[in-house]
Structures are given as structure tokens and as C-alpha cells.
Design a protein around this ligand. Structure first.
Ligand SMILES: [Zn+2]
Length: 218
């Protein structure tokens, strides 16, 4: 079974991906991790990647595809794998299709974690944490019992992350949609996209993903 999980930052993609990995015993292939590992191991791909990144360039599709091709030959991928962070573009998706076809493999499912942008923004921008004990709060969903006093430790100092600002969150979501729309089109044409409700509670999202995955006969 070969899976792709798509979802914007903050939609719980990491958690769902880990749960899927544990439940199905499939390795999660993160191209970001793989590139870092290749650089650390000083392999051919690693050296080439390092040179490109040092020059401020983007790692070309050709290298990414070669890296994936090598990785899926490994024993732990024999029953399938979960792709994380790849493909990002239609060109990469086409390269991946070619790579799989050449090996007699095919993508089983593309799971799209759908979110409501406005609700996502509301969830993120109200967040604050106690600087002393680290407990998280929210302006609307989880306020302190006494105004400006931490329920847990009594501290009155709180912290808000700079990147939790509305414009930052909005920009992150917009970038995700711009990048993902053509990819979704590509896979919708193949009839393998399954949307799940990313606004549901974490366990419900997991349940929906499991149902979709269990419905595949691979
Ligand atoms: Zn506290």
C-alpha cells in the first residue's frame, strides 16, 4: 500500500501520519529527513544536495526522485510506504508515477486532510502558553480560570508565538492551497483522492483515515 497524506500546517498531519505508520507498519518517507540523512552520510546524493543548497538552489526533482527510488528498494518498504512532503509539484507527481509504474507499483490513496481556513486561523491565533510551566491556553477555547493567572502554577507571565499571528497563519494556508491545488487535480483525475474532515477531533480524523485505508485492497 502506497499512501500520500496531504494537509496544511497545523492540521495534525504529523500525528495522523505517525498513527498510520504504527497501525499499518508502513514506513513514513519524509524527503526532508532523507535529504538531511544523505547530507550527514556524505553519500553521492548528499554531496550533490549540499553543493546545491550551499549555492542557494532548490534540490532538483531528478535528485528527489532518485533518492525515493533508492529508498523504496529497501526491505522495510516491501509492503508499501507513506510519502510525506513529496510530491510537492505536478512535475514531481508525474515523476513519481513513472517511478512506480517502472516497478509495477501504484499509488493506493491520496488522503486529503481538509480544513476550514477561517477556523484554523481562529484556533491558532488565540493560543498562548504559560512561560513558567508551559501549559497551553486559548483566548476563546481554553481561558485561565482567573484572568491572567496560570491555573497550574499561578504564574502571571504568558507567551505568544510570533508566527501564530493572523497574517502569518493566513500566508501559510494560502501557500499550501496554491501548492496543493494542482497536485489534487492530478490525483483526482486518477480517482484516488479521499477527503477527510480535518476539523474533527484528532481521533475522529484517525478513524476516517483508517476507514479509507482499510477500504483499499492492496
Ligand atoms: Zn503555569
Amino acid at each position: 500500500m502506497i499512501l500520500i497524506l496531504l494537509g496544511p500546517p497545523g492540521a495534525g498531519k504529523g500525528t495522523q501520519s505517525r498513527r498510520l505508520q504504527e497501525r499499518r507498519g508502513l514506513p513514513q518517507l519524509s524527503t526532508g529527513d532523507m535529504l538531511r540523512a544523505a547530507v550527514a552520510a556524505d553519500s553521492d546524493i548528499g554531496r550533490e544536495t549540499k553543493a546545491i543548497m550551499a549555492a542557494g538552489g532548490l534540490v532538483p526533482d531528478r535528485l528527489m526522485v532518485r533518492m525515493i527510488a533508492e529508498r523504496i528498494e529497501q526491505e522495510d518498504c516491501k509492503d508499501g510506504f507513506i510519502l510525506d512532503g513529496f510530491p510537492r509539484t505536478t512535475a514531481q507527481a508525474e515523476a513519481l508515477d513513472g517511478l512506480l509504474v517502472a516497478r509495477g507499483l501504484k499509488l493506493s490513496l491520496v488522503i486529503e486532510i481538509r480544513v476550514d481556513d477561517l477556523v484554523m486561523i481562529e484556533r491558532v491565533i488565540g493560543r498562548f502558553t504559560c512561560t513558567k510551566c508551559g501549559i497551553g491556553y486559548h483566548d476563546t477555547f481554553k481561558t485561565t480560570r482567573i484572568d491572567n493567572v496560570c491555573d497550574s502554577c499561578g504564574s502571571t507571565k504568558f507567551d505568544r508565538r510570533a508566527d501564530d499571528r493572523e497574517d502569518t497563519v493566513r500566508a501559510r494556508l494560502e501557500a499550501y492551497h496554491i501548492q496543493t491545488a494542482p497536485l489534487l487535480d492530478h490525483y483526482l483525475k486518477q480517482g484516488i483522492v479521499v477527503p477527510v474532515d480535518g476539523m474533527a477531533v484528532m481521533d475522529e480524523v484517525t478513524f476516517q483515515i483508517n476507514q479509507a485505508v482499510d477500504g483499499v485492497n492492496d
